[in-house]
Each structure stands twice: as C-alpha cells, then as structure tokens.
Ligand binder design. Sequence first.
Ligand SMILES: [Zn+2]
Length: 286
Amino acid sequence: MTTPGDATPVDNDLRRDECPVCAGPVEAVGVMHLAPAIQFSSHWIAPRRPPELWRCTRCGTAFTQYALPEPAAMSLYATGDGGARWSSRAPFERTKTREALALLRRLLRPGVRVLDVGCNTGDLLDFARGLGAVTHGVEPSDASRAAARAKGHAAVASLDAAAGPFDVVTAFDVLEHLYDVPAMLSAVGATLAPGGRLVVLTGDITCAAARGAGAGWWYVQCPEHVVFPTLRALGAVPGWEVDEAVTTFADVGHEPGLMKRALAALRGRARADLHDHMLVVLKKKG
Ligand SMILES: [Zn+2]
C-alpha cells in the first residue's frame, strides 16, 4: 500500500473516439480538476494529465476521456485491498437503501442461485444468504476474494470462471468501473438461466446533480469510474431490455438529510428528484 506522498505516476492516456456503450459520436463535457495524488482501490496514483468527461450525443452515456488503460487498472484492482477501500464494515442491510433492499428481498428467495459481480468481501452475498439464496461471487481483488471465500461464498476472479447458470446476477457499484459494458452484459447473458435477471446499481448521469456539476460531479471524479451509462443506453444494448428501473442513492450515507429534503419539498420536489443512482433490472430479450 502506498501513501499520497509516494503516489505512482500513471499514464492515463486511454482515449476513445466513440461511445463505449453504443459506438455513437461523442463530445467533450469538461475537464476534471483532481488532486495531484488520488486513490485507486487502495493504491495512491498521480495521473500525468487531467482526465476529462465526455458524453455520447446518441445515447447520453458519459465516460472518462484519458482514463487509465484497462491492463493498468486491472493490475491495481488485483493487488489492491478493495475491502479496506470499499467495505463499510456494517451489514449490507444497514448500508444500502430501502429501494435496493426491497428489490433484492423480492428476487432472492430461498434456493435462488445468485452471482454477485464485483462482490468485494461479500457484503451483498451475506445478505443474500440470509434470504436463503445460494451465493457465488466474482471479484478481481485477491484479498477481497479470499475474504469472501473465508465467509463460505464461492468466489472466482472472472465472470468466465463462474459456475452458472444463475437465476439472478447482481452488479452493485460495478458498471461504472467497466471498460466494456456490452461485453460484460454478453458474459452475464451467457450465464443467466432462462427467465433470469441482472440487477445493476450505478450512478445516474442524467440526475440533477450530475447535469449541474458536469465534469465536477463527485461521482465522475472517482478515478476508478470510467463509464456512466444512461438507462436508455442499457435498454438499447442488443439482446437486453429493461424490466424495471427505480431511482435511488448509492447507500444510506448518500441519502439526502432532513434539511435537504425540506428545502426540496419547499421547491415542490420529492425525494425521488434528489436521487443520484439508478437501480435497474435487465432481462434478456425473447
Ligand atoms: Zn452512446
């Protein structure tokens, strides 16, 4: 593990000339202004140039222009301690929002085979097992995967190695890290049982906060986040359709407090209008 003082300089030179989800035409939104040293998983890195936020003019998906190339990112994830960076240490049911918990409680009945992509140390899988589901995970961090296994969950390093078929595949706080979302959907599709569902939780680039802040939105400034698909884009990936979608928040810590909700109510806005994440259930077509 490194510290801000010995951050490793990185060549964040991955440039895309088309939308990473629909291959449509793209335009610049703005330049990100990051600290000289930033955390990537549990590593400290120093990007050589400021990343930019770009968007697709066809599907609205946004993405990081000048991101770390995928092999460099994968190496940082594999050797990083994702548990130290991202596990809340509190049970899943105390950290995730009411919308997320209600959806999972509905889908994860006893005996359901669930695969959690990006399972980290197994917080979601602990919750799923409590509901009676049979738990499998995919996790690139060696340390996190070992922690999930130690709790009795089957965990492998890549989606291709997961022993399907699965009734439900979950990907919470994962899509935004992916370099090829359509390829991930294709791999998930190959492992889903007939009638199975993919549940994703990710930031909503169309929310009011994102539209207002542009490249300055906190969520797009996370160096691990490289793509921000819109609901429209997800529903347009060949072979998939949106089964249901609800607006929510990353976790209860990101939910608006009483004061923010009161101010919003004065302006005639509901809790749902303040959201910055979306919970999307996708199913295969046909
Ligand atoms: Zn697009």
